[in-house]
Design a protein around this ligand. Sequence first.
Ligand code: AMP
Ligand code: ZN
Ligand code: FE
Ligand code: FE
Length: 292
Amino acid sequence: MTVLGEGALIDLHVHSTASDGTLPPSAVVAAAAVAGLDVMALTDHDTLAGWDEAFAACPSGLTVVPGLELSCVYTVGGQRPISVHLLGYLVDPQHPGLVAELSRLRTERRRRGEKIVEKLVAAGYPITWDRVREFADGGSIGRPHVGRALVEAGVVASVDEAFTELLSAAGPFYVRKVDVDAFAGVQLITAAGGVSVFAHPAAGRRGRVVDEAAIAALAEAGLAGIEVDHPDHLPVERERLRVLAADLGLVATGSSDFHGSNKVNRLGQHTTEPSAYRDLMAGAWGSRPYVG
Ligand code: AMP
Ligand code: ZN
Ligand code: FE
Ligand code: FE
């Protein structure tokens, strides 16, 4: 691994057009260099499809950490499952179990995206599934693609407004997808040679969040870190999570969750300490960071 100085800028959560970001992987790595990042992890939802393009376009001086954001759920006895996003870094892209599960999740995203569109169309909103698929452009389909169709149709002014008005998990047009059990997700990432980090664990604006006991249980199962500094966390939540990470022996990370123009988050908006980055990557063997 390259030696990183104390001031190195490390952003471990970034999306591209391989899922619901608006910049192709080649443009994301270029933008990361312009933003002054030293390390950027590409973490598209349920796909590794952006890796090769990001490596090929990686500017000199930037390190690209290949990753993903795995759609999971945490279920406690009888209650409604809580959505959990697991960031996985340096997994083996050929691992058969991981490849199969990602393929299943992308199929599930198409099925569920089409159902959401059917509900919206039935309620009179002038969008089409074909247009949503065009926005996804072969990538992992998500609600932001439906949001862009709603913006184009003049129903809402922004993707953010599409979420608050129509697409939120509490709204009438929401359709659940069948995600991976969070413990199975941690085990799958570990089995594929990667390390897992619980993304935005306190992002309550998106829906219900798990309690500290759940994070402790996932840590027992092999979770390596939690995202502490994230745009959807209030300062008080960040401080609580920093203490929790230390108590549980988890690595505390920081990142932007950049999605291009689908979200306001800026590349490098939050960053990870170089020592935390080193500790985290030391546990992975499935693939290597690409040094440009
Ligand atoms: P899905 O993966 O289809 O369930 O859609 C959730 C994704 O939409 C998340 O990964 C978020 O990054 C994104 N998202 C959530 N809320 C918003 C919002 N208010 N504006 C834009 N994107 C959002
Ligand atoms: Zn996303
Ligand atoms: Fe997420
Ligand atoms: Fe994300």
